[in-house]
Design a protein around this ligand. Structure first.
Ligand SMILES: O=c1ccn([C@@H]2O[C@H](COP(=O)(O)OP(=O)(O)O[C@H]3O[C@H](CO)[C@H](O)[C@H](O)[C@H]3O)[C@@H](O)[C@H]2O)c(=O)[nH]1
Length: 339
């Protein structure tokens, strides 16, 4: 890909920051737009222009998009917790769908040609399909999944009517950390399984609460498809190439399911420490099994995961948490350069 200029919303977040690193590593110019509500200024390299802003500030979004031309916009800024969306459905509709529509519309107005959207496996909710492909019926099991699906639909019409090409990448479970140690996963509060299990192994929390053991799976715990965040980032670069002339929708995962108990055992292997855990009630909105059929992404773009093994994924997450006991706060915060 020739040197290009990309705007990344939510580029200081977990997935967004790994994509920013991949774009920079590939030699592109990147501008990050992030409100820092959940993102970390420290995760954005100093060489990248950083704009602290909120998508609710439509005038600022317009001003930034007017400062093009942009070779593409990658949109990560969103609320992303299934459980929280079950408590605050309209907050999710507004933040993800409402502000997503406004951003897409603004991109159309400013002549943006390519748009990559951070979508989710939560579109699928409960399904009988052992591997979830792009043809699996969409039945969101939560307002979070619904809000992401609404933006996918808006993008379809933005292409048909205005020619905005897009890639909707439906992530399965992003996990792990930059193998070079530059970036990692730092949420407050942390709700994701792998960092929580690692913290339980390290004694940084008393125990892991295991949400349910009566799901219709071989060991009764939920099954997920963990995809290394660096592999996920590379999928964005691959998708950007393909959407020069058409829009695409891809499921992004490894195609292997691991139960919550498998994750506990993997962390025990990698850390060499026992994981204290206690059974807790099911978490509302959790589907029993989500495993990707990512054949279309592989066939159409040549993308292939490099860190597909669960222990490898856990190991990169473990190394980052060992080196950053307080997450990004472990390092000195950098000064934010706002416009
Ligand atoms: O303390 C915990 C935390 C999680 N879990 C379980 O671990 C599994 C994975 O949970 P995560 O919260 O790590 O991930 P989710 O599958 O809920 O969600 C992830 O995948 C979703 C798509 O399904 C969305 O994209 C979402 O943003 C992303 O975090 C689930 O069965 C969950 O119940 C526990 O047992 N205990």
């Amino acid at each position: 890909m020739a040197r290009s200029k990309f705007l990344v919303t939510g580029g200081a977040g977990y997935v967004g920051s790994h994509v920013v690193a991949a774009l920079c590593d590939a030699g592109h110019d990147v501008v990050v737009f992030d409100n820092l509500r959940t993102g970390h200024r420290e995760s954005v390299p100093d060489t990248v222009r950083f704009i602290q802003g909120d998508l609710q500030d439509h005038a600022l979004v317009d001003k930034v998009l007017a400062d093009g031309p942009w070779d593409g916009v990658l949109h990560f800024a969103a609320l992303s917790l299934v459980g929280e969306s079950m408590q605050h459905p309209f907050m999710y509709m507004q933040a993800n769908a409402g502000l997503g529509f406004a951003l897409v519309e603004s991109c159309v107005r400013h002549g943006v040609k390519r748009f990559v959207f951070s979508s989710t496996a939560a579109l699928f909710g409960m399904t009988e399909d052992p591997l979830i492909t792009e043809d699996t019926p969409i039945i969101p099991g939560s307002p979070y999944g619904e809000s992401k699906h609404m933006v996918e639909r808006a993008l379809l019409w933005a292409d048909r009517i205005h020619g905005l090409r897009s890639a909707c990448l439906r992530y399965f479970n992003a996990a792990g950390a930059d193998p070079g140690g530059r970036l990692g996963e730092d949420h407050t509060p942390e709700t994701h399984l792998i960092p929580l299990v690692i913290d339980a192994a390290l004694g940084r929390r008393a125990e892991l609460q295991l949400f349910g053991d009566d799901y219709p799976t071989p060991d009764g715990t939920c099954i997920r498809d963990y995809i290394h965040v660096t592999d996920l980032a590379q999928a964005h670069l691959a998708a950007l190439d393909v959407i020069r002339d058409r829009s695409v929708v891809y499921n992004v995962g490894n195609g292997h399911g691991h139960s919550n108990m498998d994750v506990i055992r993997s962390v025990e292997r990698v850390t060499g420490k026992p994981v204290p855990w206690r059974l807790a009630p099911r978490r509302p909105g959790d589907p029993a099994r989500l495993v990707a059929g990512a054949g279309r992404l592989k066939a159409e773009t040549g993308w292939a995961p490099r860190y597909a093994d669960l222990d490898q994924i856990v190991e990169t997450a473990y190394r980052w948490r060992l080196a950053h006991p307080q997450g990004y706060r472990t390092r000195l915060p950098a000064e934010a350069a706002c416009i």
